[in-house]
Structure formats: C-alpha cells, structure tokens
Design a protein around this ligand. Structure first.
Ligand code: 5GP
Ligand code: ZN
Length: 134
C-alpha cells in the first residue's frame, strides 16, 4: 500500500508506464482502435481522429509521459527516437514537400490529451490554412 501511494505521488512521467485513464495509453494497449501508420519498439503513429490537414497523424511513445514538460534526461533515447521517426513517417506519408511538427504542451497551449505526442501535418491546400495558428 505504501509503495502504491508513493507510485501515485510520482509525477506522471517515464516511470508511470501504462495509465488506465489515458486515452493514448489505451490506444497503445489496443483497447481503443486507431488507424496505425507506424510502429517500432518505442513508438506508434496513427491518424488523428479529427484531422486539421489532409495528412494529420500523431506520433506517440508507447510509454506514458504526460507532456514535453515531463521529459527529463532519462528520456533522451525516447526524444531522439521521436525526432528521428517524425521525418521518416512524414516521407512515408508522401509529404516530400515538407511537414509541420507540433507538440502542444500544457492546456493553455492547446494540449487536450496528456500523453506526449507530435502532430505531423501536411499536404495543406491552397487556402493557406496550416492547421494551427502559426
Ligand atoms: P492535442 O490537442 O492534445 O495537442 O492533440 C490531441 C489530438 O488527439 C487531437 O488532435 C484530437 O483530434 C486527437 N484525438 C482525440 N481523441 C482521439 C482518438 O480517440 N483517436 C485518435 N486517433 N485521435 C484522437
Ligand atoms: Zn498515456
């Protein structure tokens, strides 16, 4: 019980593993379906349910980390994996002209799912709409 209490007090971070009340942890676990476009041992990529561009996928770590603010030195490998995978995935999705990489961090700046994720957006139309305010 004491160990459980200590675990609960931990900031939601790299050592939290699976969070039952986290939407993206549940997608990683296969409890909620997602249209997957990428998977490796640390990450998955899947289509955003409400796309803000013709191509809009989310790249997330399999382990629960709440946001970029919750990453620290122990997550260096994970951060590197995410940054390296993003352009690989963007190319696979046909975004040879370029892509936007967005990580909303904190509710004040638009983060609605508290499991760190990169938005990869591209193939914008001629309207000049780039999915998020620049
Ligand atoms: P945020 O607002 O936290 O930066 O991004 C969360 C994203 O998750 C939003 O773009 C939203 O459309 C997407 N999203 C929310 N619920 C689901 C879901 O159940 N499945 C998928 N694929 N995307 C979701
Ligand atoms: Zn999570």
């Amino acid at each position: 019980m004491r160990a459980y209490r200590a675990w609960l007090k931990k900031p939601a971070g790299p050592n939290r593993g699976f969070m039952t009340n986290c939407l993206f942890c549940r997608i990683v676990a296969g409890e909620i379906p997602a249209n997957k476009v990428y998977e490796d041992n640390q990450l998955i990529g899947f289509w955003d349910i409400a796309p803000k561009a013709p191509v809009h996928v989310l790249l997330i770590p399999k382990q629960h980390v709440s946001s970029l603010y919750h990453m620290d030195d122990s997550n260096q490998g994970l951060i590197q994996a995410m940054i390296v995978a993003a352009p690989v995935l963007a190319k696979q999705l046909g975004l040879s002209d370029g892509f936007r990489l967005i990580a909303n961090t904190g509710e004040a700046c638009g983060q609605t799912v508290h499991h760190v994720h990169f938005h990869i957006l591209g193939n914008f139309t001629d309207s000049g709409d780039t999915g998020f305010p620049a």
